[in-house]
Design a protein around this ligand. Structure first.
Ligand code: CDP
Length: 310
């Protein structure tokens, strides 16, 4: 008996092995394509207006504005006296950003020696408060300008900041004076931990600046990729950041994006450069995302670093 999905093969992702072979065929060859860069900046500006919309600001979210959560339906937050003062006035980034590095957390970064390359960028974005301790510096670098923090990290790693905030504030020093970008209005349970993180930093005069991700921006970026074949419940943090970078930067290089368990040398690769804890299945569609990013690499719109750095 044929299953329906054999009868209607709507979409088939290449097998991991085929993707690896395709990447090997391409090798280190890459040529920047200004037309592609301009096109994606235009497309992303039209759909999602990253310059104005990537963060919740006093300008785009005045008092009384209803912010609809992008990660769940029928939940909203109305900007009020408690939340409005926590928003930055306007987009605080000095635009345009020149060379941007977007650093995913993939295990291929381990032993890549890409640290120096990453640190040379003008603006460096990282995902989910990744470790930057000495043992990783050679591979991932030290500088950060924007780092995302999922509220679930605040909950799991820092006891929701209900007790001591010292460990959190100390840990954050690894990110210098960067922006910490939190999806405070994506899922209802994430709002309070995000606000607590804001206060933990503000009350200790931390060098970091909190930016709350604008749920409207996350939703429009999600739609943008859905129209291009990424069928996930939610985009991965890395793809959000690449989208932001394509909208704001003159040149984008992505590191640490490799959602496969074997490397180009056919050796096993861990999921992260610092551990091998696998993601919750079916939530993200990282291999689908990789295929999209690889198209952009091949067209010269962004550069993917998947091997060792020179
Ligand atoms: O928690 P989440 O899945 O969003 O991200 P993560 O595991 O902390 O990794 C950060 C980002 O790196 C992901 O969102 C992916 O875009 C990318 N990544 C990848 O491409 N391949 C991996 N093996 C791991 C992460």
């Amino acid at each position: 008996v044929l299953c329906w999905f054999y009868v209607y093969p709507v979409y088939r992702l290449p097998r991991d092995k085929d993707i690896v072979e395709e990447v090997l065929r391409q090798g280190d060859e890459w040529q920047r394509n200004q037309t592609g860069i301009d096109l994606y900046r235009k497309l992303l500006t039209e759909c999602c207006d990253p310059k104005r919309m990537f963060a919740v600001t006093k300008e785009n979210s005045p008092m009384g504005k209803v912010l609809w959560y992008d990660g769940e339906i029928y939940h909203s937050h109305t900007v009020n006296n408690d939340t409005y003062p926590l928003f930055v006035q306007d987009n605080p980034l000095q635009l345009p950003l020149k060379k941007c590095a977007v650093v995913g957390n993939g295990g291929i970064l381990r032993h890549s020696k890409c640290g120096r390359d990453i640190d040379r960028a003008d603006f460096i974005m990282r995902c989910n408060l990744p470790p930057l301790s000495k043992e990783y510096v050679e591979d991932v670098g030290t500088r950060t300008h924007l780092v995302t923090a999922n509220p679930s990290i605040i909950e799991k790693r820092f006891q929701n900041l209900l007790w001591s905030r010292k460990a959190f504030v100390e840990n954050m020093k690894a990110y210098g004076s960067s922006y910490i970008y939190m999806p405070a209005f994506s899922m209802k349970p994430g709002t309070n931990p995000s606000l607590r993180a804001y206060y933990a930093l503000a009350d200790t005069s931390s060098n970091l600046t909190m930016l709350f991700a604008n749920p409207e921006f996350l939703r429009t970026v999600g739609k943008f990729w859905k129209a291009r074949g990424v069928h996930a419940r939610r985009l991965s943090t890395g793809l959000f950041l690449v989208s932001l970078a394509l909208g704001l930067c003159e040149e984008v290089t992505a590191y640490g994006f490799w959602p496969f368990s074997v490397g180009l040398d056919e050796q096993p690769v861990s999921h992260h450069y610092y551990d091998n804890i696998l993601p919750y299945k079916w939530f993200h569609a990282m291999p689908e995302e990789f295929v999209q990013l690889w198209h952009l690499h091949k067209s010269g719109t962004l550069r993917m670093r998947v091997g060792h750095c020179p």
